[in-house]
Design a protein around this ligand. Structure first.
Ligand code: SF4
Length: 241
């Protein structure tokens, strides 16, 4: 990425770990750029971006992103903040607001890790893709962090109350979630009022956990899951690896 001179306050806004300049898959129906934010306090074994988990404190990348976006005004529909966990960063609200004022729709990928910060940014968001990891009783086993279920549950509730468009998605690895646990999760989500749910098959790409990559993460009765969950959600789909 070409560096541009750092100016305040943009340079202090966000620790950026990367940029995808154009995607059609990260914000449904929109031509979008994806800004990858550094840092995440959770430790999911199947994480696709483990290199983003540490923060280097170098916020200069945000100025580069803004420079890029100025050249894409009128050409891109949206900007998606992804990660890592974007809500970790105190500069997220300012970054989202800046992008919106430039005329882009604003999307967010989050695991709901910081409900207080999610509540603050929801008013300037157009779409959220929220990862829900597991039935809430099994949450800490996936994130490896105690108390993560409460944070995810609160964030889900905030999102559903906000009226912001969303997609709830869950990554499936047969070594981590059984068929019965997937059904348990689906019942919890449907009970909470989720209307748009996606199951994502585990992908080895980017995953740094050899045991998960070696195992048969896709060993599910997909047709059975599809028929069971189709009946529970107005919009349900399975995203294959
Ligand atoms: S919450 Fe997301 S970014 Fe954080 S470790 Fe889990 S998969 Fe990776």
């Amino acid at each position: 990425m070409n560096r541009v001179p750092i100016s305040q306050p943009e340079a202090l806004a966000l620790d950026v770990g990367g940029l995808t300049p154009l995607t059609t898959t990260d914000y449904p129906g929109q031509l979008a750029a994806v800004v990858f934010c550094q840092g995440c306090p959770w430790r999911c074994g199947y994480c696709h971006n483990p290199h983003l988990i540490p923060r280097d404190g170098d916020a200069a990348g945000w100025a580069d992103v803004l420079s890029f976006l100025r050249r894409r005004q009128g050409l891109l529909d949206a900007v998606v903040f992804s990660g890592g966990e974007p809500t970790l960063q105190s500069g997220l609200l300012e970054a989202c607001t800046t992008v919106r004022e430039m005329g882009f729709k604003v999307g967010l990928h989050t695991a709901g890790t910081y409900p207080e910060r999610l509540a603050a940014v929801l008013p300037v968001l157009d779409w959220v893709g929220m990862d829900i990891k597991a039935p809430f009783a099994s949450y800490d086993r996936i994130t490896q962090v105690p108390g993560s279920a409460d944070r995810a549950r609160e964030s889900l509730s905030l999102l559903l109350q906000s009226g912001v468009e969303y997609e709830i998605r869950t990554t499936l690895h047969a070594g981590l979630l059984s068929h019965a646990q997937v059904l348990e999760l689906a019942h919890e989500l449907a009970g909470a009022g989720v209307r748009d749910f996606v199951l994502q098959a585990f992908r080895t790409q980017g995953c740094a956990e050899p045991l998960l990559c070696r195992g048969d993460g896709g060993n599910y009765s997909w047709d059975l899951l599809r028929s069971e969950l189709n009946a529970m959600f107005p919009r349900f789909s399975i995203r294959s690896a």
